[in-house]
Design a protein around this ligand. Sequence first.
Ligand code: NAG
Ligand code: NAG
Ligand code: NAG
Ligand code: NAG
Ligand code: NAG
Ligand code: NAG
Ligand code: NAG
Ligand code: NAG
Ligand code: NAG
Ligand code: NAG
Ligand code: NAG
Ligand code: NAG
Length: 740
Amino acid sequence: MDKLFFFITVAVLSVNCIAHNLSSDQEALVAFKTRIISDPNNILANKWLTNTSICNWIGVSCSTKWQRVTALDFSNFGFSGTIAPHIGNLTFLGYLNISSNNFTGIIPLELSHLRRLKEIDMGSNNFTGVVPSWLGTIPELQHIFLDNNSLSGSIPISLLHNKSKLQTLQLTDNFLNGNIPQEIRNLSTLEYLYLGSNMLTGSIPFGIFKMSSLRELHLTNNSLSGWLPNDICDGIPELTILSLSYNQLSGQIPSNIYNCRYLEVLSLSYNHFNGSIPSAIGSLNMLQELHLGSNNFIGGIPLEIGNLSNLEILSISGISQIGPIFIFNMSTLKVIQPVDNNLSGSLPVDIYLNLPKLVMLDISSNQITGGIPTTFGNLTKIQDLILYDNNLTGELPAELGNLHLVKFSVYRNGLSGSIPFSMFNLSTLEIMDVGGNYFSGHLPTTMGFSLPDLEVLYLGHNRLSGVIPSSITNASKLTDLSMGNNRLTGTIPNFGNLRLLQTFLIGGNNLTGDSSRFFSSLTNCKYLKLFEVSSNQISGVLPASIGNLSDSLQEFNAHGCNIAGAIPAEIGNLSSLNYLSLYRNQLTGFIPSTIGKLKSLQRIDISINKLEGYIPAELCQLSNLGDMYLSDNMLNGSIPDCLGELKSLRNVHLGFNKLESTIPLKLWILNDLLQLNLSHNSLSGNLPSEIGNLNVIVDIDFSWNQFSGNIPSSIGKFQSLASLSFAIDFKDQFLRLWET
Ligand SMILES: *[C@@H]1O[C@H](CO)[C@@H](O)[C@H](O)[C@H]1NC(C)=O
Ligand SMILES: *[C@@H]1O[C@H](CO)[C@@H](O)[C@H](O)[C@H]1NC(C)=O
Ligand SMILES: *[C@@H]1O[C@H](CO)[C@@H](O)[C@H](O)[C@H]1NC(C)=O
Ligand SMILES: *[C@@H]1O[C@H](CO)[C@@H](O)[C@H](O)[C@H]1NC(C)=O
Ligand SMILES: *[C@@H]1O[C@H](CO)[C@@H](O)[C@H](O)[C@H]1NC(C)=O
Ligand SMILES: *[C@@H]1O[C@H](CO)[C@@H](O)[C@H](O)[C@H]1NC(C)=O
Ligand SMILES: *[C@@H]1O[C@H](CO)[C@@H](O)[C@H](O)[C@H]1NC(C)=O
Ligand SMILES: *[C@@H]1O[C@H](CO)[C@@H](O)[C@H](O)[C@H]1NC(C)=O
Ligand SMILES: *[C@@H]1O[C@H](CO)[C@@H](O)[C@H](O)[C@H]1NC(C)=O
Ligand SMILES: *[C@@H]1O[C@H](CO)[C@@H](O)[C@H](O)[C@H]1NC(C)=O
Ligand SMILES: *[C@@H]1O[C@H](CO)[C@@H](O)[C@H](O)[C@H]1NC(C)=O
Ligand SMILES: *[C@@H]1O[C@H](CO)[C@@H](O)[C@H](O)[C@H]1NC(C)=O
């Protein structure tokens, strides 16, 4: 490292001897321009005119005295490309800001020639390579921003010497690994240290807590371990932000935390801290955000926390003995998240008096009982009301419709009655999840007209009845729609208007409709991933246009829908499909050989139909197939030999068909098979001793075939067999075998 440092210093000094002037600055910027491969805002053509001085180019500043470029601010210009090394010739440059573009490649070494640089901001690009060690050689450098790139390697020690004037080191959101070097302490002027969202390991060097100039310490979201020193705050009295969440830190929270008396943000959640939460936190009266959740604390929240008169965010998920949280009447509180805290009792009626500024209330995953008080309609500032996984009962108060809710979830409670129509008038809503309750009644016919921002609507697993109002197709931002498992009737509206749909679940109702038109309309939904219409009455056929459904489609569920006709060959276009369920329909004709193109398929269930012809050998090309359910059809011919090559197979169901000839010997090399059902066919021949290779098999059914010979004794080796069934005439033999 020292050698490199020396080499760079020498290289820098030698370059400095070359004379530069405005025309070499111009050359540098022209070279910079040539490396820009994308300029969506037309800055190069319209704002960087070649017939004007570069000092008039937008983003370029020059000193009037020296006629040299002193500052470049190209932040947010929309540029893509690499950085020309010629920028290193701008030797008067003091400020360089190219943040929020799409620059790639490495940060060129030539930038080390910029001896006057005070601030460098290259954040939010896609630079690769390491954090340049030469940054430590630039004498006046005060602020380094390299956040949100793809930099790797460790934090260079050459940056961490005691001549440095660094005030800001911002390296968040990269791929840095290794420890935080002890030498960090040499940065005696550092005020802002951001190392969050990297892959740093090891413990936090205690020296950090002696850097008296430090104001903000951000180490969130790494893999740091070890504990905090007892005198944590003695050396950093000015600290305002201490952000350590999402690491593996352990030990207790030092009670001398009260010495950090300017602390505004204390974030320790998602670690392994233990012991009790020090009541001293209650004396940090500048505190605005307190995140303590998901640790191993014993005891509850100290009552002193109720004294924090500036607190806005209180995040305390997973702390068991939390006590009666609503004693908090912190009128400043905006966000409170007692998630997964074993809270019981009912929701407080007067919460709007105690917490009038509440913007977000998340009490999910507790055991709250009783109803939602109508006074929740007086929480006039609330945007996110998250109450899922509790035991709430009663009806939703219509007053909720007066709020400006953005996220609303009461998923999995015991709520009943109808969903107030006013809830469908909340034009601010983005997420509405009322699934898994006992809601009944019908949906308002105008429901989709005033939900312009709605992205997620879950109404599934309730008792809703009546029709699906076609107005829902006006909520054009919907990406996830679930209405499955209700009692909805009537025809299915034209969901093809909802072009952003990714998840679309309406199975388990009593909906009707023309299947051709329905499936064809969904071809407009280019992002569709999960689709479930099973157990409805959409008679008709599968149109060839299902081949034009989204490339991203992963699940296609249309079992129990009364669909007739053949499976169209075009199904083979659904290249991302991993789950195909069409069982219990009236399908006829052959299984199309194009099914072999569904390379991602893991499960196919087309049982209980009227399919005929051979089992296509192309099925053997599905190298991810685990579950093959073809039973209860009229398939004939033999079992394809090549199935034995499909190592991924686990559950094979071919029963109740008209299969004949012998079982291919190759099948017995599938030694991960769990279930094999070949019953009720016309298979014949001997069962070979190789059957004993199926060493994890759980269910075998060979009954009602025409096998001959003896049951091979190798069957005695089966370890996990739960059920075994052979043809009736084998039964006695089998029992004898088992007894021996
Ligand atoms: C700028 O410097 C170059 C050599 O580096 C020289 O040729 C040129 O004349 C100089 N221009 C001015 C305007 O000084
Ligand atoms: C520079 O060229 C542009 C066209 O490319 C022209 O519109 C503009 O007037 C010119 N400016 C000067 C100062 O010559
Ligand atoms: C760079 O520009 C962005 C956007 O204008 C700004 O937010 C950021 O503070 C600037 N960086 C520095 C170091 O001034
Ligand atoms: C500027 O820098 C480039 C690359 O670093 C170099 O090749 C070139 O000679 C320099 N030009 C001037 C005029 O200094
Ligand atoms: C960023 O640049 C790369 C290539 O340099 C390009 O593939 C990618 O699409 C660009 N991304 C954006 C968001 O412009
Ligand atoms: C990170 O950069 C990407 C573009 O490269 C941008 O879309 C994103 O908003 C940035 N994230 C943050 C946290 O700045
Ligand atoms: C950054 O570049 C890497 C490859 O160099 C690429 O995989 C990644 O998608 C890019 N990220 C962004 C946000 O453009
Ligand atoms: C910097 O560190 C060197 C070597 O450890 C030491 O001799 C020198 O006194 C330190 N300078 C300052 C200003 O702390
Ligand atoms: C940097 O810090 C380390 C450890 O604290 C120390 O040994 C070293 O002398 C310091 N070096 C410089 C150049 O400041
Ligand atoms: C609560 O809201 C209702 C309307 O929903 C309003 O009539 C009532 O005055 C409000 N109460 C208070 C104390 O603000
Ligand atoms: C909450 O509901 C669950 C499941 O419905 C039930 O097992 C549990 O006993 C209920 N808890 C309380 C406190 O009512
Ligand atoms: C669906 O409707 C039919 C008659 O329209 C009725 O017989 C059947 O029970 C209904 N099924 C369900 C699950 O509600």
